[in-house]
Design a protein around this ligand. Sequence first.
Ligand code: ADP
Length: 274
Amino acid sequence: GEALAVSARVAPLGSRLVLLLVEDLTEARRIEAVRRDFVANVSHELKTPTGALSLLSEAVMDASDDPEAVERFAGRMQIEATRLTNLVQELIDLSRVQNDDPLEDAEPVRVDELVAEAIDRCRQQAGSKQITMAAGGTAELRVWGNRGQLAAALGNLVENAVNYSPARTRVGIAARRVAVSGGNEIEIAVTDQGIGISEKDRERVFERFYRVDPARSRATGGTGLGLAIVKHVAASHGGEVTVWSSEGQGSTFTLRLPEAGAARDRDRTSGGPL
Ligand code: ADP
């Protein structure tokens, strides 16, 4: 009687263990598939500009007695070379945010400085499209984190807002403090009046190399890595990035980050080994 009772207690435990093992294997397989996809994607993305460069250099050689054609081909070579440089830079940025612990050299970072830097980065492109950029609510606010990574994240959001908006529209950046349990958070929202993102694409735009319209993304120098970098930076800072959008009307990307506060900073900096 007792043996039966024991085995009845053990059996469900055993099947749960098997289930855990199966789930583990499935997860390992999923991670392996993601890694393979990533390598395949990188190879494909590198092939486009390198292939074009090699064809264009042949074209230059064949056209050596036609200076106008040479100039035209050289111009296109420059575009492809820039594309290649952007891609390599974004891959370096992505691997950096994935491998470095951003909180190792975390500090209080002023939101108005981050916003000014992001706006600066896009000033030329926004100017050529007559896009107005306006920021509000940033005074006095400070987030806690790695300055370089936070600047890259916000810069990417503002860059996208400008990239995916028609001429003579407005890009707004608004920051505010939100009280949550266990300390305040800072919300930075980047709003555009651009093309918007459909519901089905909204779930996927944070994936590496996912683009709604690959041709449009490439034309603006996009790599499809920007939002993956933003998502990673947000998560590793204990925050989150979310998107709201209405197709044809515009999008709002909201970055939520921990606020830098005296108590919190003391807690964190004294958190190391004693
Ligand atoms: P990309 O280098 O292509 O801009 P991202 O990872 O930054 O790569 O964005 C992924 C895709 O999400 C873009 O290709 C674009 O289709 C879409 N997207 C991102 N931001 C916006 C936005 N503000 N408005 C509309 N679409 C956007």
